[in-house]
Ligand binder design. Structure first.
Ligand SMILES: Cc1cc2nc3c(=O)[nH]c(=O)nc-3n(C[C@H](O)[C@H](O)[C@H](O)COP(=O)(O)OP(=O)(O)OC[C@H]3O[C@@H](n4cnc5c(N)ncnc54)[C@H](O)[C@@H]3O)c2cc1C
Length: 501
């Protein structure tokens, strides 16, 4: 028998031994296009149970270059896992898109079958909404490239890329733009909802730095949105979250930076927290744009309580040391890790403690004024925390360049905020899930009165606050949504519902 024949025979035997759905459909389709597929149970966006015929599913698979995964396909379980381990959802279908053409097919298939649809970029959704139950999940994980034009200072980043890819490619040219503070967060979700981090007080939000976005709109068409074309869509995409379609690519403005920045954490005892926090709020109000300050009051499962100030100074390192010196003198920190460090390393400092699969519950709002009453509420919240999990109140700083953009210039309206604030619990054992939920829901009402609107990227179950969040931009977003997505196909997000006809 020739080697070729032997190989063919081996391949036939190998494929025959595998159950039909154990292979990615598109691959399977290439190997044996006569294989029949079972019907697939799914739900519509209105929650109705439906059956997709095996023939329709197979036809859909054949239209994709990437894989279509069913519940028992190899790779399905890995693809459906949300970063937030508190959610365990099972999409009926996962379209692992390989490019915009696949995304167009997937959006058309969802619309034609009125399927419940979710879009997964980096998978960091705190509400777990990027993974749907029994619907179609558009998975952009394979569309994760980032490319820099060093001459034009522009980074072109695919819709499923992670922040680490953007930072790394840009820093190779001494350039950067605003990203979030954990490198395995997705560029897509972060940017569409706003996006702040170590550089946002200097360069504005991630969405303020976007120059163009390629989008597949709810009718399955591919368009580019920018200040030159599809301007209203471009406006809505910068802060309006995932309401208007699937962003397949972003062009970001980059800025020259020194790749070595002053960064790290100052940790103080809980006994010193009232003094440190009072000083901190006054200090932060006067901070230069190069300085970003995040403050957290944390209770650890061993009942230890701490106050931490995490800082990044993105200007001259020696000048930064002088600027932050007063923070080192308020009280003696119990630990001080602030030192010159590569920006990419600072950007990965929290990657391990925010690892995939842990459980997170969060409630948030924007703070405009840091008052003594807010300070008391923060301290009381953590003094009252007693669960065997991590519990924290965290305030990432805003202001600076973010505040210099007019509230109506993009959909992101919370330009007057000086801080975002969230109460967060982190745990691993599902036995604690109920008590964490109860604690968070009872703690938040003491903090919420000090906030205005929510950050849609930390959205959980706060849809009642969306009108306040978007303020004067809300009706304009509703009009755009009504025009582009009257059936609310893109609803698994901080949803701006279309007007009913
Ligand atoms: C550990 C951690 C750290 C964070 N740090 C920061 C921070 O420093 N700054 C900050 O601003 N935010 C931060 N966030 C919040 C973050 O911005 C949101 O969780 C954001 O939604 C993550 O985007 P993603 O693409 O990873 O999420 P996904 O779960 O993939 O998507 C979340 C939602 O975004 C939409 N979406 C995602 N990609 C696309 C796309 N390409 N096209 C259309 N819609 C899309 C969908 O509606 C989806 O439901 C953090 C979150 C986590 C979990």
């Amino acid at each position: 028998m020739s080697v070729m024949l032997k190989r063919r025979q081996f391949m036939r035997t190998a494929f025959a031994a595998l159950p039909v759905a154990a292979l990615p459909l598109s691959k399977l389709f290439a190997a044996t296009d006569t294989a029949a597929l079972a019907d697939v149970e799914a739900v519509t966006s209105a929650g109705k149970q439906i059956i997709l015929t095996g023939a329709d599913v197979k036809d859909f698979a054949a239209r994709l270059r990437g894989e279509l995964l069913l519940r028992n396909s190899a790779g399905y379980d890995g693809a459906r896992r949300a970063w937030n381990g508190a959610f365990d959802r099972h999409p009926a279908l996962i379209a692992r898109c390989s490019g915009p053409a696949d995304v167009m097919e997937a959006v058309k298939f969802a619309a034609a079958n009125q399927l419940l649809l979710s879009v997964r970029g980096g998978g960091h959704s705190l509400s777990g909404q990027s993974v749907c139950e029994k619907g179609l999940m558009i998975d952009l994980a394979q569309m994760n490239g980032a490319r820099v034009d060093p001459g034009k200072h522009i980074a072109t980043v695919e819709g499923g890329a992670l922040l680490g890819a953007l930072d790394r490619e840009a820093l190779a040219h001494g350039l950067a733009t605003t990203a979030g503070t954990v490198s395995h967060t997705g560029v897509g979700g972060l940017t569409l909802g706003g996006g702040f981090g170590r550089l946002s007080r200097r360069f504005g939000l991630a969405c303020d730095n976007v120059r163009a976005i390629d989008v597949v709109t709810p009718d399955g068409k591919f368009v580019t949105a920018s200040n030159q074309q599809n301007k209203e869509l471009f406006w809505g995409l910068r802060g309006g979250g995932g309401n208007f379609g699937v962003a397949t690519s972003f062009d970001f403005q980059l800025h020259p930076v020194d790749p070595i920045m002053l960064g790290g954490e100052l940790v103080y005892s809980f006994a010193d927290a009232p003094t440190v926090l009072k000083f901190f709020f006054d200090f932060a109000a006067e901070a230069p744009d190069e300085l970003n300050l995040d403050v957290s009051i944390v209770r650890l499962p061993n009942d230890m309580r701490l106050l931490s100030i995490e800082l990044t100074y993105s200007g001259d390192v020696a000048k930064g040391a002088a600027v932050i010196a007063p923070l080192r003198q308020i009280r003696k920190p119990i630990s001080d890790s602030v030192m010159p460090a590569p920006y990419v390393r600072l950007q990965a400092a929290h990657d391990a403690d925010t690892a995939h699969g842990r459980k997170f519950y969060i409630k948030n709002g924007f703070v405009r004024q840091t008052t003594p009453a807010l300070l008391d509420a923060m301290l009381a919240t953590i003094a009252d925390a007693h669960l065997p999990v991590i519990q924290a109140v965290v305030l990432p700083q805003l202001g600076g360049a973010i505040a210099r953009v007019k509230p109506g210039a993009t959909a992101f309206a919370q330009r007057a905020a000086t801080f975002n604030m969230f109460v967060i619990s982190i745990w691993d054992d599902a036995a604690h899930s109920e008590s964490v939920g109860n604690w968070t829901r009872s703690a938040w009402p003491k903090l919420q009165p000090h906030t205005h609107g929510i950050y849609v990227n930390e959205y959980n179950d706060d849809s009642a606050r969306l009108r306040e969040t978007y303020g004067p931009n809300f009706e304009r977003l509703v009009a755009l949504k009504t025009k582009l997505d009257p059936e609310n196909l893109f609803r698994l997000n901080a949803n701006v519902a279309p007007r009913k006809a």
